[in-house]
Design a protein around this ligand. Structure first.
Ligand code: ZN
Length: 219
């Protein structure tokens, strides 16, 4: 699905969307559930983009439905794979995922990447890296032009932006703060992993008032 010129949600990853930005360099955001490498590569080719042009793979967080094809896609493309320093130990198996995430990773199983770099600046190309912890300790979101790539910061439930259920979040309070922090930025589109990309009007404000009431949030 084309969101704006040169920006796509990859249908082959529907359920846990990966997004492709085909700018000066081609960049992939998240990689979906495991087992989809062939279909992802096929879909990218069908957009007239050579997968070998992918220079960076940016992960929002360590959950297995986001890193599922990271190792194999890195191998296929030679791209640099990036994640936050807080989440890398979970991706490499040096730390075990808590509770329900552990169960998911045992069922879904993904290959461990050989090389992974931690974000060491504010931007990669023109993509702004914003720390939005709460769903995982090192969850990040990306802002590119007027599009927010939100990972699991929020999900789109039939046109309504919602938080991920509490039991899947490493720190629910800091997730609220991260959602609140994003209201400092302006964006027209929210592209979550779960649910469809959404052109936002009042939906972010609505989400904020749902999670914080009017206690400390002046929207
Ligand atoms: Zn997810």
């Amino acid at each position: 699905m084309k969101i704006e010129e040169n920006i796509y949600a990859l249908e082959s990853t529907k359920g846990s969307y990966a997004y492709l930005i085909n700018d000066k360099e081609t960049i992939l955001i998240d990689t979906g559930n495991p087992g989809k490498v062939k279909n992802i590569l096929k879909e990218i080719e069908s957009l007239n983009i050579n997968p070998k042009n992918i220079k960076h793979i940016l992960l929002t967080h360590h959950d297995v439905d986001h890193i599922g094809n990271a190792a194999l896609l890195q191998k296929e493309t030679g791209a640099i794979l990036w994640a936050s320093k807080e989440d890398i130990p979970y991706i490499l198996g040096d730390k075990s995922r808590p509770g329900i995430k552990k169960v998911a990773s045992l069922i879904l199983r993904s290959k461990k990447p050989e090389k992974i770099k931690s974000y060491n600046g504010q931007e990669i190309n023109d993509i702004k890296i914003i720390q939005t912890p709460g769903h995982t300790p090192g969850h990040v979101s990306f802002l590119y032009k007027d599009i927010l790539f939100a990972g699991d910061l929020v999900r789109n439930a039939n046109g309504v932006l919602k938080k991920q259920p509490k039991m899947g979040n490493s720190d629910d309070k800091s997730l609220n703060e991260s959602i609140h922090k994003m209201s400092e930025y302006s964006f027209k589109w929210v592209c979550p992993a779960h649910g469809e990309p959404l052109e936002v009007k009042n939906e972010w404000k609505q989400l904020l008032s749902n999670i914080t009431g009017n206690k400390y949030c002046n929207v």
